[in-house]
Design a protein around this ligand. Structure first.
Ligand SMILES: [Zn+2]
Length: 136
């Protein structure tokens, strides 16, 4: 079931597995799971996507990455977000390797370029903290 913020935006619903990711965001830390054999992975899951091991640990990531791909929502595909258009949704390739989907903020939409250097940024929305990226 989707939860909505007081401003109407849909919010993520942390699970026992993903809660440390959101706890880290609240502390202004980008947390990733790391398998001792295969390295970092994202999104949060109970087993490594490569070896299916469950002996991963949470580690603080650099928060730096590059824009791998993006799109701009100019028409409000999700009615709950239509008041926020236009906005950018990006796939960010983190320095640690995994790719993460997030809003790209802090620059003109026309200035977005694949390969541009980004850094993580956090936004508190009610009791949740959202992860997004901005140019660095
Ligand atoms: Zn693994």
């Amino acid at each position: 079931m989707v939860q909505f913020a007081s401003d109407g935006r849909p919010l993520p619903s942390p699970t026992p597995v993903s809660q440390p990711f959101f706890d880290g965001a609240r502390r202004r830390e980008l947390m990733l799971q790391r398998c001792p054999r295969d390295g970092f992975f994202h999104y949060p899951r109970s087993r490594c996507p490569d070896c299916l091991g469950d002996d991963w640990s949470w580690e603080k990531a650099s928060g730096r990455g590059e824009l791998h791909a993006f799109t701009i929502d100019r028409i409000g595909h999700d009615p709950a977000l239509s008041s926020r258009i236009p906005f950018a949704i990006g796939v960010v390739e983190l320095e640690e390797g995994p790719r993460m989907t997030a809003n790209i903020v802090g620059c003109e939409l026309e200035d977005l370029r694949v390969g541009m250097a980004l850094k993580v940024e956090f936004e508190d929305v009610d009791e949740t903290t959202l992860v997004r990226f901005t140019p660095r």
